[in-house]
Design a protein around this ligand. Structure first.
Ligand code: ZN
Length: 582
């Protein structure tokens, strides 16, 4: 093997990994190297190279000059022997997207730590991980990853990757984690829980088994992996996940995990299971099958696609629906969860300005770089993508008398396109092929256009009542967060009482009708007002006291409630059963 990577824990307190890359036969004209600027699955230029310190190269015992050609590219002076590049990487990002090293754990994604020697993209490589030697400080750390293992000793683990893309798609967790295993379809699944927790492993393992089994069955039984690993970091507060080929990195809050004696399913545990479900679904739906132009990624720059609504939106639809189909949630619990997503989309006027195809394309600069005006200007390809998946699912069922559903479309795509990737029109063409209908209007209206989704009508078809009302601060038109007991305005929604009255993001609301108002009381104070009423709002802006009169105007009701309709006719009941349980 001509490519060797070696990573060591240099200093937990300085948060430094040291990395050595050795190349037996470098380009004799001068070997170039690069570090990715982004990590697949998270569409933002993150410039990981800014965390590289003390980089140098040597060959045959002599230093080789290394020149930086731009922020993430280097070229070494020509040399005839093997070349080694050594560098440190500062790692103190607690997210799932980068690398982290303290005396409690070491975690890294290859995109943050492994330089790519240009021209060697397809070469097999070896990775040596040197485990911490100061065990009196760090304890007995273990290593968890889905990279191909080769050898193991008490201080070193050796892995292999078929190529660079493979090398960077297996995150590595090294710490004193809790590891448990379960099987689904005879395939080994593991979860490593890092951090303080007192999880009911039996319950978690049983629920994960059901979810994994569901997804395997959904895609017809074949898996794109031979084993799967959930890497979960448990924190006091946190939430996040990133999909990989055979694994996922997750962050959750301690309260998201079930504890012994807990038998009900709360909102927190539901959120965690939906996250696991979401990332696991991705193993098929974006890791194995993906947009065609994601097959060869450019790690230097943004890689644009209009299809994130397909891959993230459909995944967001099925991550929750599968919790119903596995009986982890009851229909009422599922509909309650679904209604929250409907509210989230409907309360933001950005859905009327940006299509979900545009939202996908502009993920790099808009969705991943949201500012306070985001609800008024953009729409989420996750949230609206999930609603669109539902509307599309129902439309297909209705048009085919229940013979075809979105499940069939996805399964068909998985079976027929997994090696080619999807073009922008593939999903539409497959739907048209399987339904024998023209879906141009549907796509022009709801994917490439901003026509309001026929939600109530779609729910009605499966016997679910969808109603909208005002709730909380929605009729007033703001969202807030607490600041020293008062409410600080975080968003002002378009064409609402607050916006017309002149309330700005950052204003701290201190009085309503001359009386002091705390954060916890604002909702009641404002919610009790009716259309036509006026409210005197006292506020601090840049430490200066002001007052404005806000007139309550009529606004759209956006808070969604979903419930199963009473007295369903047998046909509707059957449609509902088939939607709920396939
Ligand atoms: Zn996702």
């Amino acid at each position: 093997m001509s490519l060797h990577y070696e990573i060591s824990i240099k200093s937990p307190h300085k948060h430094l990994f040291s990395v050595k890359l050795t190349l037996k036969e470098p380009n004799p004209l001068g070997q170039a190297f690069k570090l990715p600027n982004w990590i697949p699955g998270s569409y933002l230029i993150r410039d990981f190279s800014k965390h590289i310190v003390s980089i140098h190269a040597e060959s045959g015992g002599k230093d080789v000059p290394l020149r930086k050609t731009d922020k993430n590219n280097w070229i070494a002076h020509p040399c005839t022997h093997s070349i080694s590049i050594e560098y440190d990487v500062y790692a103190f990002d607690l997210s799932v997207r980068s690398a982290y090293l303290t005396n409690e754990r070491a975690f890294f994604n290859g995109t943050s730590v492994f330089l790519l020697p240009l021209g060697f993209e397809d070469e097999e490589c070896e990775l040596i991980i040197n485990l911490p030697s100061n065990k009196e400080v760090l304890g007995q750390w273990q290593c968890a990853t889905t990279m191909k293992p080769q050898k193991k000793s008490h201080s070193t683990e050796i892995y292999e990757a078929d190529n660079y893309n493979e090398l960077i798609d297996h995150p590595v967790e090294i710490s004193n984690f809790t590891l448990f295993e379960f099987e689904a379809n005879k395939i080994q699944h593991r979860m490593a829980l890092t951090g303080t927790h007192s999880t009911d492993i039996g319950r978690l393992s049983s629920d994960l088994t059901s979810i994994c089994q569901h997804h395997m069955d959904f895609f017809g039984g074949a898996t794109p992996f031979d084993n799967y690993l959930f890497l979960t970091l448990v924190r006091s507060h946190g939430y996040g996940g990133l999909e990989h080929k055979k694994s996922t990195s997750l962050i959750c809050s301690r309260s998201d995990l079930p504890v012994k004696g807990m038998t009900s399913i709360g909102a927190d545990y539901t959120k965690f299971l939906a996250l696991c479900s979401h990332e696991y679904f991705h193993a098929w739906w974006i890791k194995a099958i993906k947009p065609a132009n994601f097959i060869n990624l450019d790690y230097d720059r943004e890689n644009y696609t209009e299809q994130l609504w397909i891959f993230e939106g459909f995944t967001s639809y099925y991550d929750e629906l599968s919790l119903l189909r596995t009986n982890i949630l009851t229909p009422d619990q599922y509909l309650s969860l679904f209604s929250k997503n409907v509210t989230k989309v409907q309360k933001s006027s950005g859905r009327m300005k940006q299509s979900i195809a545009e939202s996908s394309f502009d993920a790099w600069t808009k969705f991943y770089q949201q500012d306070e005006n985001a609800p008024n200007s953009i729409v989420s390809y996750y949230s609206k993508g999930a609603l669109l998946a539902f509307v599309l699912d129902i439309d297909i069922r209705r048009n085919t008398d229940g013979d075809v559903s979105l499940d069939d479309i996805i399964k068909y795509i998985w079976e027929n396109y997994k090696f080619d990737g999807l073009e922008d029109d593939t999903v539409k063409l497959v739907i048209e092929e399987l339904t024998m209908l023209d879906y141009s209007d549907f796509f022009n209206s709801y994917v490439y256009g901003v026509k309001e989704l026929p939600l109530s009508d779609s729910f009605h078809y499966v016997g679910v009542e969808c109603t909208f009302k005002h709730s909380g601060l929605s009729s007033f038109g703001i969202s807030t967060k607490e600041s020293n007991g008062s409410s600080i305005v975080t968003h002002v929604f378009d064409s609402t009482s607050s916006q017309l009255g002149g309330l700005y993001v950052g204003d701290i609301i201190v009085t309503i009708d001359k009386l002091k108002v705390d954060f916890k009381d604002l909702e009641d104070c404002v919610g009790s007002k009716s259309v036509g009423d006026t409210i005197a709002v006292g506020f601090l802006r840049d430490d200066t006291l002001g007052e404005m009169i806000i007139k309550i105007i009529e606004t759209d009701k956006t808070f969604c409630e979903l419930s199963i309709q009473d007295k369903l006719d047998p046909e509707t009941k059957n449609r509902q059963r088939r939607w709920f349980y396939r």
